[in-house]
Ligand binder design. Structure first.
Ligand SMILES: *[C@@H]1O[C@H](CO)[C@@H](O)[C@H](O)[C@H]1NC(C)=O
Ligand SMILES: *[C@@H]1O[C@H](CO)[C@@H](O)[C@H](O)[C@H]1NC(C)=O
Ligand SMILES: *[C@@H]1O[C@H](CO)[C@@H](O)[C@H](O)[C@H]1NC(C)=O
Ligand SMILES: *[C@@H]1O[C@H](CO)[C@@H](O)[C@H](O)[C@H]1NC(C)=O
Ligand SMILES: *[C@@H]1O[C@H](CO)[C@@H](O)[C@H](O)[C@H]1NC(C)=O
Ligand SMILES: *[C@@H]1O[C@H](CO)[C@@H](O)[C@H](O)[C@H]1NC(C)=O
Ligand SMILES: *[C@@H]1O[C@H](CO)[C@@H](O)[C@H](O)[C@H]1NC(C)=O
Length: 787
């Protein structure tokens, strides 16, 4: 904690306190004669009067520690915040404002027309106008980004004369018989109007390559790094062939990336009902729209970018008009890929029956495909000579504007900022789950804070609301914005609170920096669950309390991994018994949400309340509700996991581990000790603030208390930033955080201590030592900050 000069004023608030103070002491020394005594007495009387006047007439919030005669609310708190409203009153407003009818209305608006990244400015403007209408000044922030839109596509299973050399080359004048022409279309359903829009979005892959290849093909399970390793080890011919893989178990771009590295010429990704839990046709469930099981024609669109963060032509800086762009080669695929439905995949899978080894002969990760009841044997292939796939994809690549909507409520403390964000763009006209359940919730969060503003409330800290564009292609809108405002964010940001899919089922999930665990538990404990078996159960009561580690896959990534801002990602997910969620498909629609996903719209309202209360907890209390002990405990767990992985790795020189890990153990232990003491100090300070000071200590001690709070808050605010390493990770220099990163071969799920794990996985012992030193330095820096 740094000590500051008593005249170091941080806010207009403190200035007011000092200016209104009378200065009696200088007069005191001039006393001596009776005239001066009389003058002294008069002065004393005057002074007392002034004090009494100040105490009773000037509003209580100017005085740290003074309980206002007209208010029973804790007083020091009100000095920090809430002209007009106390924290408890604010919470009541945030709990009673969100409304089922309203979220339904916002959802219906967003999901009524296509809103692919960069293609729907009117939704951005509509959003901005709504926010302004609720009293939150808002602007559009425009970026010019490099992305693709689909032009045409084709996939066919063909019989050739068998002379194709397997390098995917064009057959000149060879006879071709089409065995199956894939529809590449999702069925138009009368029950679901947006599935039949004329301008509905074609099935395609964001950042996919254009190409036209004809080649034999191989079934490669989920197409994970390890699945491809298994095929290589089994001697299955991959080079020159097309991979047919399932969605699931990792980010789709990494499936294409590995196939490209192995010399494959194209990738077809289909959705196997394997990931649909118990809600399967073969278990007696009807398919959507007649029932909750997957519609067989549903297709998962999605990005196949390799680096998953921002415009690939402007890494590390904002895509403003006229900026220099780099060649994106290496960050996006060079081989064509297409997403298809399981109905389109069936004939292609069945044509492999009897060719090559069977998946069932492989390890446990290869088991469990659910199309056996349709006659699929899950043979691996390759397909025999003469049985090939024609894969043609044409994309148009453009540099085009995108629009983030940014709204701001200025707080009393403008150098402490909490940011709430959700993306608005979707792959389809719908997007009722992803992302517009979150967009509907964000609108209700803002409308709720707007209600408080109408009552004269002003937050203690500044709140920023963001509706991002371009998330789906690669977290573009949020990443470009973080890149543009990096210096300001590093100076001021306290936390980033993300909601992407607000709800698609009943099961609450959260991933967070451990700094935010405390506020997360508080917010979820304050909101009633929509699904109570015992009356009064909160969201916290029905949640297992497991906070997942930060990976990637949504807009928190640049905040957490580039800028070192503690982030959380919240939402209600499906469980194995809920209606199948049609991710990135035309059936993630308003009609589906209204019938199956959240038919009474209670979960939309619930996530709204959790999000708003989370923000309030971070914005309104004088001592910021972060907890560094939880962070130290988190580091201990992550380190255990690294040690375990190192101990089972055949590439690890165990003597290097014996040297390195105790160094880190010790550093984390010191951090833990410092953190315990720091959080305890913060807690007692918060209590003192809450209880207020006796009247004779009110002025100068109040200012002193304010400075102590400021110092504690600064340490909390800058704590996560200590873990940034300027050069970044070895293979991904944009990613600066030494504790959290997306897994290099999983993408969505988080890797902890990525520098160490990747060095262990590469068997690079010098690098294990190097990363041990880097991480130790960062932990020590964090310890020093709070000591
Ligand atoms: C933009 O979204 C609105 C509301 O969902 C929709 O009505 C409109 O058709 C969309 N515009 C375009 C150009 O797709
Ligand atoms: C793709 O290749 C096939 C076979 O080589 C050819 O017949 C077809 O015209 C090509 N399509 C396009 C759009 O180039
Ligand atoms: C792109 O990079 C790959 C290696 O990642 C290389 O083989 C290829 O030639 C490059 N293509 C272009 C057009 O630079
Ligand atoms: C919020 O504060 C900033 C910085 O002091 C100022 O530029 C901006 O005009 C303020 N916005 C509103 C709506 O008061
Ligand atoms: C209610 O919660 C239970 C688990 O506690 C879950 O199985 C069920 O699907 C939920 N029902 C609804 C309607 O959310
Ligand atoms: C350790 O390995 C397991 C299993 O492969 C993996 O799930 C986990 O994420 C790894 N731990 C770390 C810290 O990478
Ligand atoms: C911080 O977290 C630790 C560990 O969860 C807990 O014991 C402690 O009470 C927390 N302190 C505060 C002030 O929340």
């Amino acid at each position: 904690m740094s000590s500051q000069s008593p005249h170091n004023e941080h806010t207009p608030l403190l200035t007011t306190v000092i200016i209104t103070q009378p200065r009696p002491s200088s007069r005191f020394h001039s006393a001596g004669t009776s005239a001066t005594l009389r003058r002294f007495c008069t002065l004393c009387l005057a002074f007392t009067l002034v004090v009494v006047l100040i105490l009773f007439l000037v509003p209580a919030h100017y005085f740290p520690g003074v309980t206002s005669p007209s208010s029973s609310a804790p007083s020091y708190h009100s000095s920090f915040s809430s002209r007009g409203l106390g924290y408890e009153e604010l919470k009541q407003i945030l709990l009673r404002t969100p409304d089922e009818g309203k979220v339904r209305e916002w959802s219906e608006y967003y999901t009524s027309g296509p809103h692919l990244a960069g293609r729907n400015k009117s939704q951005a403007e509509w959003t901005r106008e709504k926010w302004e209408g609720w009293g939150v000044p808002s602007v559009l922030e425009e970026y010019e980004v490099w992305i693709n839109y689909p032009v045409s596509h084709r996939l066919a299973l063909v019989k050739t004369d068998g002379q194709n050399d397997g390098e995917g080359e064009e057959r000149q004048g060879k006879g071709v018989e089409v065995i199956y022409e894939a529809s590449l279309e999702e069925d138009v359903l009368p029950e679901d109007p947006t599935t039949g829009l004329d301008d509905r979005v074609m099935t395609f892959h964001g950042y996919g390559a254009s190409g036209n290849v004809t080649a034999r093909y191989v079934y490669a399970n989920f197409g994970t790094f390890w699945d491809f390793e298994d095929l290589v080890n089994a001697g299955v011919e991959l080079r020159g062939n097309i991979a047919l893989v399932k969605y699931g178990r990792g980010f789709r771009g990494l499936k294409v990336r590995r196939a490209e590295q192995l010399g494959m010429v194209g990738v077809v990704i289909y959705t196997d009902p394997q990931e649909d839990g118990e809600i399967l046709e073969q278990n007696g469930y009807e398919t959507y729209p007649d029932g909750p099981a997957r519609n067989p024609s549903s297709v998962q669109r999605g990005s196949v970018q390799y680096i998953i963060c921002g415009d690939p032509t402007t890494p590390g800086y904002a895509s403003k008009p006229g900026v220099e762009r780099i060649d994106p080669n290496g960050t996006v695929p060079n081989i064509p890929s297409l997403p298809i439905s399981y109905r389109d995949a069936l004939p292609i899978l069945k044509a492999l029956n009897g060719h090559g080894p069977k998946a069932s002969e492989f390890n446990k990760y290869w088991q469990g495909g659910k199309l056996d009841y349709k006659g699929v044997e899950y043979s691996i292939g390759p397909s025999p000579a003469g049985l090939e796939l024609d894969l043609m994809v044409e994309h148009e690549y453009v540099i085009t504007p995108q629009w983030d909507v940014i709204g701001i409520i200025n707080g009393t403390l403008q150098d402490e900022v909490v940011i709430l964000g959700n993306h608005r763009d979707a792959w389809i006209a719908g997007g009722a789950g992803d992302p517009n359940s979150g967009s509907a919730a964000l609108n209700e969060v803002i409308r709720s804070f707007g209600e408080a503003l109408k009552l004269g409330w002003k937050p203690l800290r500044t709140i920023v609301f963001a509706s991002w564009d371009g998330e789906e292609y690669g977290l573009i809108g949020s990443t470009e914005w973080v890149e543009e405002y990096m210096p300001w964010l590093k100076e001021t940001a306290v936390a980033y609170l993300n909601v992407d899919v607000g709800t698609r089922g009943p099961s609450f999930e959260a991933a967070a920096s451990p700094l935010l665990n405390k506020a997360l538990y508080e917010a979820t404990s304050a909101v009633q669950s929509p699904n109570q078996t015992v009356e009064g159960q909160t969201v916290r009561d029905l949640w297992d309390g497991r906070v997942r580690t930060m990976g990637s896959g949504s807009d928190f990534t640049a905040f957490q991994d580039f800028a070192g801002i503690p982030s959380v990602d919240l939402g209600f997910a499906s469980d194995s018994k809920s209606a199948v969620y049609h991710y990135h498909s035309n059936y993630d629609s308003f009609a589906w949400m209204d019938r199956f996903g959240d038919s009474d719209w209670h979960y939309h309202v619930t996530i709204t309340k959790v999000w708003a209360l989370f923000a309030a907890a971070l914005v309104e209390t004088p001592v910021i509700q972060l907890n560094v002990t939880d962070y130290a405990i988190g580091l201990q767990h992550y380190l255990q996991s690294v040690k375990y992985n190192a101990s089972v790795s055949t590439l690890m020189d165990q003597s290097v581990g014996e040297e390195s890990f105790p160094i880190l153990d010790e550093a984390v232990l010191s951090l833990y000790d410092a953190a315990l003491a720091f959080d305890a100090k913060a807690e007692s300070l918060a209590k003192a603030v809450q209880e207020g000071l006796p009247w004779w200590q009110r002025w100068w001690s109040g200012a002193q208390m304010y400075r102590s709070v400021k110092a504690v808050n600064d340490a909390y605010k800058y704590f996560e930033r200590q873990f940034l390493f300027a050069k970044g990770l070895d293979s991904r220099p944009l990613f600066k955080h030494v504790v959290f990163a997306p897994g290099i071969w999983t993408g969505y799920s988080g890797a902890t201590f990525p520098g160490l794990i990747e060095s262990i996985d590469n068997g690079d012992m010098e690098n294990v030592k190097r990363w041990t030193a880097i991480i130790k330095e960062k932990i020590d820096q964090a310890t020093a900050l709070i000591s």
